[in-house]
Ligand binder design. Structure first.
Ligand code: HEC
Length: 261
């Protein structure tokens, strides 16, 4: 898919992760702001099924191979059965071959919409929440800006409507952070995009922290303190210095963006 973009067979790809981990080794590309956040969802029968995540211990949980849900089930020590395709996975759920499945919200939503006998339990694992956006070639900065502008006007109503139509809102407990009520200024939008691509994999897509790093919304210092920590890093931790990589003004804008969350 990326090759089509690199070789100019298309100009824009939708549905790509906008995280540092994904973007870092793709310096020829520009990522837009995210338009939704993909999460993981446990789907189980409404009657007689598991009613909470704790209830999954000792049950057989279906997953699709190599997905974030698969990793999640593995790490939580759930007794998992691996399927190659999502259709096989849901077929196993419907035929009671497994007690529940864990899937990405994009698969859970459409299934829940057409399967009234099942319910979704949102898994809140910030480390696996994946902000999803679009990507263009680095030479197409104007296109990226235009997409960001379009996303901004679509964000409050059209995007949630579309996600509901596919059941994705149904599958997610909380609305994605891409739909903050107040429109952001150009600086704050750019700060958000830097935050999501460079910082969110450790500090969480909503800056609430992850097991890997602190909750930045609870940061007690001033903006100058924030700037100092980000410039110099925290020696001996995964917080590396960003001096020279992100401008001071941009770091200040990240601090303001987080403050506004
Ligand atoms: C690879 C993981 C990682 C990335 C990426 C990362 N950080 Fe950190 N950050 C940490 C860790 C670890 C700490 C220090 C330990 C802690 O407080 O959790 C930290 C600490 C901080 C602190 C101090 C928090 C406090 O309460 O004292 C700030 C501010 C901060 N980071 C901002 C950022 C910003 C802004 C970015 C993006 C430009 C960023 N971090 C990217 C891991 C990361």
């Amino acid at each position: 898919m990326l090759r089509q973009l690199y070789e100019s067979h298309c100009d824009l790809l939708m549905g790509v992760p906008v995280t540092g981990r994904y973007a870092d080794d793709k310096p020829q590309l520009l990522f837009t702001a995210p338009y939704y956040v993909m999460t993981q969802v446990v789907v189980a029968p409404t009657v007689g099924g598991v009613a909470s995540l704790e209830g999954l211990q000792g049950k057989l949980v279906g997953v699709q191979a190599m997905t974030l849900s698969d990793q999640l089930a593995y790490e939580r020590g759930w007794n998992r059965k691996v399927y190659l395709k999502s259709e096989e996975l849901f077929a196993a759920l419907v035929s009671s071959e497994v007690d529940a499945v864990v899937v990405e919200s994009v698969f859970a939503g459409p299934f829940l919409r057409k399967s009234p006998g099942f319910r979704g339990l949102a898994v809140r694992d910030p480390q696996r929440e994946l902000p999803i956006g679009a990507v263009v070639r680095k030479t197409d900065a104007e296109l990226k800006d235009a997409v960001d502008r379009a996303l901004k006007t679509l964000r409050d109503k059209s995007v949630p409507d579309i996600l509901s139509r596919y059941g994705i809102m149904l599958a997610q407990a909380a609305p994605p952070p891409a739909s903050e009520p107040a429109p952001l200024s150009a600086q704050l939008r750019s700060a958000r995009s830097t935050y999501l691509t460079q910082c969110s994999q450790c500090h969480g897509t909503d800056a609430n922290g992850t097991p890997a790093a602190a909750n930045l919304r609870a940061f007690k210092g001033t903006e100058d303190d924030f700037l100092r920590v980000v410039r110099n890093g925290r020696p001996g931790t995964a917080m590396t210095p960003w001096k020279g990589l992100i401008d001071d003004d941009d770091i200040r804008n990240i601090a303001r963006y987080i403050k506004g969350l």
